[in-house]
Design a protein around this ligand. Structure first.
Ligand code: PEP
Ligand code: MN
Length: 332
């Protein structure tokens, strides 16, 4: 249950009521909000006079639910606001991993020349094998921050565990929680304590309900800036790396109030399929598109097969542009 207390409720009183209901207490800048489990179906009689509005739910998709907020929440990434009625698709581009200053500067230069503003690059990589490249860590974050300062781009990078969050907050604009990390409560709770946008990727075996509940951890902890990213599920098919769940995206658009990001790069796993898939993604009217691009994919230290070279990335941009326009969106 979500309860909005009447304007003028004091912090202490809200905290007291939250405690009684064993509810989360969020202050959104204008009102105190109490959030308890979906099992709670009624406002206690003694609280009624202090309640402005309340919502009852069938399950624990609550703050993220369209039933609570029919509009899509706005999230600002660097200078760009997406979600709401913005009708903007933020194209986030860059390599899988930050590998060197020269490499990430080439990516930042490419984006800037194309008029794009959001650079991705992993520094703490959640690799399947301990023998693979694990990322440059703090050194990589500092390189991303250098690009942010030099080019004015916003930067998106992932947290592999909760101890990275404070560094990521300092050096980047968006905390990415990866497909393997999205069940990590330490990471989610740490993300909840900041106001940085949090891009949560859906695990490859994660139900939509589990996915949105990961977002609820962040929202109920007081951070409204959450984005949901579909990046492909594991199915019986082995010719492509994963299977992009566009049905799931349609469901999320119908039932949740969070901006949607699509990542065809990780879903397809093969560069040739990324642009056709990106066109299908953009046609759904989405808030952001995440694309891996590398100055020389053949030598990339992670996800080499799926990264577009810079020419292919420009080609993708040209191909998705008319699709976005056809559905009333603008690629930014
Ligand atoms: C990535 O974005 O490079 C990444 C590792 O993604 P995922 O968590 O979706 O596998
Ligand atoms: Mn990758």
């Amino acid at each position: 249950m979500i309860i909005h207390l009447k304007a003028g409720a004091s912090q202490d009183r809200a905290a007291e009521l939250a405690n009684k209901l064993q509810a989360f207490h969020v202050y959104d800048g204008t009102r105190h909000i109490l959030v308890s489990g979906a099992g709670q179906k009624e406002v206690p009689v003694e609280m009624e006079s202090e309640v402005d509005q309340f919502w009852v739910f069938d399950n624990d998709i609550q703050l993220a639910s369209k039933k609570y907020r029919s509009d899509v929440r706005e999230v600002t990434i660097g200078k760009v606001t997406i979600g709401g009625n913005q009708k903007k698709t933020l194209l986030i581009g860059g390599p899988c991993s930050v590998e060197s200053e020269e490499q990430i500067r080439q990516s930042a230069t490419l984006l800037t020349e194309m008029g794009l503003t959001s650079l991705r690059g992993g520094c703490y990589k959640p690799r399947t094998s301990p023998y693979s490249f694990q990322g440059l860590g703090l050194e990589g974050l500092k390189l991303l921050a250098k690009m942010r300062d030099e080019f004015g781009v916003s930067v998106v990078t992932e947290a592999r565990d909760a101890t990275h969050i404070h560094e990521i907050i300092e050096y980047s604009d968006v905390i990415q929680v990866g497909a393997k990390a999205m069940y990590d409560q330490g990471i989610l709770r740490a993300c909840a304590k900041t106001q940085k946008p949090v891009l949560i990727k859906r695990g490859f075996g994660t139900t939509l309900k589990e996915f949105v509940q990961a977002a609820e951890f962040v929202l109920s902890g007081g951070n409204n800036n959450v984005l949901l990213c579909e990046r492909g599920l594991r199915t019986f098919e082995t010719n492509t790396r994963f299977t992009l769940d566009l049905c799931g995206v349609a469901w999320l658009q119908e039932h949740t109030n969070l901006p949607i990001v699509l990542d065809p790069s990780h879903a397809m796993g093969l560069a040739f399929g990324v642009t056709p898939l990106a066109k299908a993604c953009v046609a759904m009217g989405i808030d952001s598109l995440l694309i891996e691009t590398h100055p020389n994919p053949a030598v990339a230290k992670s996800d080499a097969a799926q990264q577009l070279n810079h020419e292919q990335f420009k080609e993708l941009y040209n191909r998705i542009q008319p699709v976005a326009n056809a559905v009333g969106y603008q690629i930014v």
